[in-house]
Design a protein around this ligand. Structure first.
Ligand code: PAF
Length: 317
């Protein structure tokens, strides 16, 4: 495995791979890898002759009061994980080379960035789209793989690729969860033991909403009320948003006619977590686990079925 931090060296590597007719699969990350990243790398390994992963904690996607400085970093561990997952090149540029003095060109995916995380994190998606566009130009991938936990980010990147005629296939991969349902995230490491327990309310809220929807309720207001009530019952949780949206445009929906995207952002202690699922008519009549049904843990199979249904109905392209 090769480690490259110089932008020109990365460009040369990709040009040479292209000349040799080797396809490049690319997994952009901010490091502090977990099983969710591993699933992206596994997919990348399947899709490309050469697998490139970037590690770049992108300063321009963090707000002034956000956790850029304290964002968890562990390069040594990340390199070991990358190697174990078949990465050929780790590309880790430095911020000063990515954003040299005088930098002033940004990519703004206007409408999709207006909703959900775009409202609570102004400028976040402009920062993401700009960094990803730059990485795409440098790495020149044929395919790039992103996690569906950042569903809005995935939608923004798909839109950018379409709008700017970038010749890259964007592949979304399902959320990877801990055994108890918590979506894997580099930020989970911020949680104390008590907060880690409390953080489960996000997953429980999704399950509750899925349960209500599965029983035939289509009114987004009713579904949202049920999901919110699960989070509100958790004293350590503070809701940023709970929304039922159109899966393509991210606009709020009043009623679910076919399918919808249910998105949550919740702060537990000082840690802001997001999670989501797609509610689709294919789920109707499926009994989903909910906290009200009792038990400490969701049966893993329900989780699997739930996610499989989500993936099947994940129509963003
Ligand atoms: O999802 C992430 O890790 C980041 O937002 C990304 C896509 C690498 C851009 O900095």
């Amino acid at each position: 495995m090769r480690f490259i931090s110089d932008i020109n060296e990365m460009r040369r590597f990709s040009k040479d791979a292209n000349k040799l007719g080797k396809s490049i699969a690319f997994v952009p990350t901010m490091g502090f890898l977990h099983e969710g990243h591993a699933s992206l790398l596994k997919k990348g390994r399947e899709l490309g002759d050469t697998l490139v992963m970037s590690i770049f904690v992108n300063p321009i996607q963090f707000g002034p009061k956000e956790d850029f400085a304290s964002y968890p970093r562990d390069l040594k561990r990340d390199l070991a994980l990358a190697e174990a997952n078949g990465v050929d090149v780790v590309f880790s540029p430095v911020p000063d080379e990515m954003y040299p003095e005088g930098f002033q060109t940004y990519v703004d995916v206007e409408n999709l960035s207006k909703y959900l995380c775009g409202l609570s994190r102004p400028g976040h998606f402009r920062g993401v789209a700009t960094a990803v566009a730059k990485l795409f130009h440098i790495v020149k991938p044929d395919t790039a793989i992103f996690g569906e936990k950042d569903y809005q980010q995935l939608a923004v990147i798909k839109r950018m690729v379409r709008d700017l005629n970038m010749d890259i296939d964007i592949v979304g991969m399902p959320i990877v969860r801990e055994a108890d349902g918590l979506a894997m995230s580099s930020r989970n490491g911020y949680l104390s033991r008590e907060e880690r327990r409390a953080a489960l309310c996000l997953y429980h809220a999704l399950m509750k909403a899925g349960d209500v929807f599965g029983k035939g309720v289509k009114d987004a207001g009713v579904i949202l009320k049920e999901a919110r009530s699960v989070i509100e019952a958790e004293p350590l949780a503070r809701i940023d948003y709970v929304r039922v949206c159109n899966t393509d445009t991210m606009e709020d929906l009043d009623r679910i006619t076919d399918r919808a995207f249910l998105a949550l952002a919740v702060t537990i202690g000082k840690t802001r977590l997001i999670d989501n699922t797609v509610l689709s008519n294919a789920m109707q009549g499926r009994p989903l686990w909910s906290p009200a049904a009792g038990g400490d843990k969701p049966p893993p199979l329900h989780n699997l079925v739930y996610n499989m249904v989500s993936i099947q109905n994940f129509g963003l392209k």
